[in-house]
Design a protein. Structure first.
Length: 260
């Protein structure tokens, strides 16, 4: 629980009067977890380039959703930069375009499409599968509640849950990832599971190869990298040797029996 205390507070700055409002970590995390398994409604947004879009536009692929406010100069940028590194590593495992990412500004009207575009530019976040979105004011509260996202306004800015929500291709929240610097496997493993859970079509060698590639990569905490699970191949080879030996033994016995 001590670790959760450190994951919850997203502080805009270090100044401000004492006694400012704060989040209740236990309640914030419990609320965030309570939405797992649910599918947020089709909320509308304006993207950083000014075009209208909605959540339904991201269906068909897994989606990672994070919340920021563009006036934050400390934790939000650091968290988003770390998320960018995790996304880059996830794409190295899953392949480019295997999932989408959306960062949503929750401080309206300050987090306008222009502000979201500037936030992405200032932090060098330009990926084809990463959208920066400004929500509609009339649906903001429902949007935040649907993702289990909690924040409290303070004289410093906002205290808010540091979370990334992972949605499946149908738009259901399947996992919440917390913290300013979560473990790589916390983000990649759910995405791997979603990708590997897709049915493999009979005779589709490309799909079969992709499934093997997904299932045969494991997280090595010592190096912080994903690598091929050579132990799996060793087990497969050992199994083939045992099976081959057994079949050979049976065939030899059968030939001896015929000769006798």
């Amino acid at each position: 629980m001590r670790r959760l205390l450190g994951l919850v507070a997203g502080l805009a700055a270090l100044w401000g009067p004492a006694g400012a409002a704060t989040l209740d970590p236990d309640k914030a995390i419990a609320f965030s977890e309570s939405v797992i398994g649910t599918a947020p409604a089709n909320h509308a947004f304006v993207a950083a380039d000014g075009r209208a879009t909605d959540l339904a536009a991201f269906r068909g692929r897994p989606l990672v959703v994070s919340f920021v406010y563009t006036g934050c100069f400390q934790v939000c940028p650091a968290t988003t930069q770390y998320l960018a590194r995790a996304i880059e590593r996830a794409e190295a495992v899953l392949g480019p375009g295997a999932f989408n990412v959306a960062t949503i500004g929750f401080n309206l009207p300050a987090d306008s499409p222009e502000a979201m575009r500037d936030f992405a530019r200032r932090h060098g976040l330009a990926r084809a599968n990463w959208a920066f979105l400004s929500p509609r004011a009339e649906g903001l509260d429902d949007l935040l509640a649907a993702f289990g996202f909690t924040y409290v306004a303070t004289p410093r800015g906002f205290d808010h849950v540091l979370q990334a929500s992972i949605l499946d291709a149908e738009g259901r929240i399947v996992k919440q990832v917390y913290g300013e610097s979560f473990t790589l496997e916390a983000l990649v493993e759910p995405l791997k599971s979603l990708a590997a859970g897709a049915p493999v079509r009979a005779g589709d060698l490309a799909a079969l190869a992709e499934r093997v590639r997904l299932l045969c990569t494991v997280y090595d905490p010592a190096s912080g990298e994903y690598r091929l699970d050579y132990a799996l191949f060793a087990e497969m080879a050992a199994g083939a040797i045992v099976l081959g030996g057994t079949l050979g033994f049976l065939l030899r016995n059968r030939r001896r029996a015929r000769s006798a």
